[in-house]
Ligand binder design. Sequence first.
Ligand code: UDP
Ligand code: MG
Length: 343
Amino acid sequence: MSATQQAIKASMLSVVVPIYNEETGIDALIERLVPACEGQFDSRFEILLVNDGSTDSSWQKICHHADRDSRIAGIDLSRNHGQQLALSAGLSHAQGDYVFILDADLQDPPELLGPMLEKLRAGNDVVYGQRKSRNGETAIKLFTSAMFYRLLGKLIDTDIPRDTGDFRLMTRRVADHLQAMPERFRFVRGMISWVGFSQVPLHYERDARFAGDTHYSMRRLLALAIDAVTSFSIVPLRFASHLGMLFGIAGLLSLSWVGWGWFTGGAVRGWASLAGLILIMGSVQLLVLGVFGEYLGRMYMETKRRPLFMIAEVHRQPVVATHSANPVHRMNQEITESLRAAG
Ligand code: UDP
Ligand code: MG
């Protein structure tokens, strides 16, 4: 075994899984995730299941698993914060040398941890799952997602890889940099790309959901898309002035056409065209104002500097042995003690 391999063998993994109303899938997730982690890290791993204000029995299931296995911990958010903030809450507790992010619905196969780790061993800092195919997705979702990534690619400088979700394995230093980014509107996959270092894809077949339905309606997807664009680009703001110039030129052309008509005796008649122009101008101005408003509103929300998420409870097994050989146990114990000391 090489020195790097040995270092990886002795290091620790944190797995972060955001969970929102996934009661039907949690058992199957744990059943596949635990052996996948054991295969690579023996018992040196922690699985952080973040309950994002589920209204079903997800939290009870999470506690059940955390009670049975000390390597599993539950983090209960005070309400539904959205997947991106749930992820951030999980990352803020992740202590491992490597951090593995995956969805709870088994669309991202946990068994890919091995191949991803191999790619990290080759000297990379992030390995992201890139979908070769996506089973069980509707044609509309495939189309809108493809359009979104292409548009995003045009608007921003950061190279956010296409056809990826949040399925990723990263090193501690990337996780630390991510932690240091304080923004409220979080598009985690974009933020990870922004951090840089060496990031490589692992191509995989995206499975269909194990159970239940997607939580992303068209409206939520659109909101995520606006978050992505506004947090990585100010091109839409510049677009406003371009639009202004374009319509200015169009106005000048139409005025010269009217003037020409006046000189040649064939004055342009009618108010319909005028009404049309006023409507178009009005709509363009409102559109531009809307784009400004979007950025201004986000600035306002950011300046409040509210905490990103509220944690109601961290559910971990109390550790019995003071000098446990298991580093995760020791770490859990320290955290439990510091929480107790803090009251
Ligand atoms: N999720 C979450 N909070 C939400 C919505 C979703 O934590 O408000 C979790 C969900 O439980 C899942 C992951 O985010 O683990 C991805 O959600 P989903 O499968 O619905 O998205 P899709 O795969 O359809 O894009
Ligand atoms: Mg899913």
